[in-house]
Design a protein around this ligand. Structure first.
Ligand SMILES: NCC(=O)N[C@@H](Cc1c[nH]cn1)C(=O)O
Ligand SMILES: [Zn+2]
Ligand SMILES: [Zn+2]
Length: 480
């Protein structure tokens, strides 16, 4: 029987199981597993337990909750435990190929005050959209793998491959501890893995599916400026002391200009030039600048040209200022001088940037700019976490299986894209397991990951489960 024939009952089952799949996602979204918020760490653990219970119900073998110990500094609680890596297997048949699927069960912070139209940790279905934090990033895809297993069981169809699951709870906070675990387990739990599939990315737009072969890296920094040992009255101390926030603003404002150019010497010089052959890869990609503005909710882009937009998103570094801890940020007019402020920013990295050199350029520049201020305040600049960029060859059996699956479900050949975001563990899987990695997305480019009103369209969720399932079958059948 052809792969397409054998998938027909499975696809029907996936369609029928839609209500229970939505319910499973709803349960997952209701757990606010925000890895960057120390007060919510118990919820990240609860989410790991939820996955474990689901895996048990679905008949997984060898489920392991791998303890990663205590989170390294900078942290407020020095005893803060890292959430576990959830490992599980479905099948260990030596006659079958083995696929490792990775996803993350932690999410970005979200609160209704940020401007959400609905409670972020309650999955709300409006029209054909499933709205809630983590719906697309990355609970939808993680639950999607579980749904696929449920559908196989329902129709009595054997999984065509051995499936190894690796779900982490710190992806949004730098994947702390995972790299070491993957290296340790490359010859143990992950022995025999033939290919890796990650579903933690998005279509470029809203209509055409893609497969992704590149990611930017991300080095995340913080600058701490401290002065007095308590917040002060600006009427009493304003004008007579060095203010930490003024110093921090001055330094942070010199990192990047208003056109997005990084101003730290040495950084841009490390970027590999775009070759003519590479430049041509952008020509066939379907892209709408208008859709991008719609996804951003405003027409505030630097560029109009497709290649400029895509290359600056995927192929060049960027520096973003994220926030200031310790600063007054509420409503009203509090007349305070904050005693200590911590500025956060990150740099998205690309080939051939060297992460250690980048750190050094950043530290030297920040210290030099601070020294120029002649302030009596104190400075500390540090890396919170770093994750590598990744670029692969998109022409191999793994990509072919994902392309066939996408074509079968969506009826079109996917575009080959890169992403501006980061999934720190991708390069580690490739290097440690010596296998190819494919990024097979479920959601659309306007899903609003990390933003307010994050959503996953119902068709993307349900057809996405079919796509993930078909990928396993095509991979098992070998390249066509
Ligand atoms: N869906 C992938 C994703 O959102 N990745 C994060 C990873 C990250 C890196 N540093 C902090 N988080 C991203 O921001 O790209
Ligand atoms: Zn993600
Ligand atoms: Zn994310």
């Amino acid at each position: 029987m052809s792969v397409e024939e054998s998938l027909k009952p499975l696809f029907s089952a996936i369609t029928e199981l839609k209500p229970s799949f939505i319910d499973r996602l709803s349960q997952a979204v209701s757990i606010p597993s925000v890895s960057s918020d120390e007060s919510l760490r118990p919820k990240v653990f609860e989410m790991a337990e939820f996955l474990k219970s689901q895996l048990i119900t679905l008949g997984a073998e060898d489920i392991q909750m791998r303890d990663l110990g205590i989170q390294p500094p900078p942290v407020v609680d020095p005893k803060l435990q890292l959430p576990p890596i959830v490992l599980a297997r479905f099948g260990q048949d030596p006659a079958k190929k083995t696929i490792l699927v990775y996803g993350h069960y932690d999410v970005q912070p979200a609160s209704i005050e940020d401007g959400w139209a609905t409670e972020p940790f309650t999955l709300v279905q409006k029209d054909d959209k499933l709205i809630g934090r983590g719906s697309t990033d990355d609970k939808g895809p993680v639950i999607g793998w579980l749904n696929s297993i449920e559908a196989h069981r329902k129709v009595g169809l054997e999984l065509p491959v051995n499936l190894v699951c690796c779900f982490e709870g710190m992806e949004e906070s730098g994947s702390l501890g995972l790299e070491e675990l993957v290296a340790q387990e490359s010859d143990k739990y992950f022995k025999g893995v033939d290919a890796v599939c990650i579903s933690d990315n998005y279509w470029l737009g809203t209509k055409k599916p893609v497969l992704t072969y590149g990611l930017r890296g991300c080095n995340y920094y913080q600058i701490t400026v401290s002065g007095a040992n308590a917040d002060l009255h600006s009427g009493v101390f304003g004008g007579i002391i060095h203010e930490p926030m003024t110093d921090l603003f001055k330094v942070m404002s010199q990192l990047v200009d208003v056109k997005g150019n990084i101003l730290i010497p040495g950084v841009n010089e490390m970027v590999a030039p775009v070759t003519a052959a590479e430049d041509k890869l952008y020509d066939p990609i379907e892209f709408s600048a208008e859709e991008l503005s719609q996804a951003a909710g405003a027409d505030t882009g630097y560029f109009d040209d497709k290649k400029d937009i895509l290359q600056h998103r995927w192929r060049f570094p960027s520096l973003s200022l994220h926030g200031i801890e310790g600063a007054f940020s509420g409503a009203g007019a509090k007349t305070v001088i904050p005693a200590k402020v911590v500025g956060k920013f990150s740099i998205r990295t690309v080939p051939d940037m060297d992460s250690d050199k980048l750190d050094q350029f950043v530290f030297d520049f920040v210290k030099a700019k601070f020294a120029e201020l002649g302030t009596k305040n104190k400075l500390n600049v540090e890396l919170i976490h770093g994750g590598a960029y990744w670029v692969s060859d998109p022409f191999n059996d793994n990509f072919t299986a994902a392309a066939n699956a996408t074509k079968l479900v969506w009826g079109v050949d996917p575009d080959l894209t890169r992403e501006g975001g980061s999934i720190p563990i991708t390069l580690t899987f490739e290097q440690e397991l010596k296998t190819g990695v494919v990024l097979l997305p479920m959601g659309r480019g306007d899903d609003g990951a990390h933003s307010i009103n994050e959503k996953l369209d119902v068709p993307n969720y349900i057809e996405g489960v079919k796509t993930l399932s078909a990928y396993l079958h095509y991979y098992a059948a070998g390249a066509k």
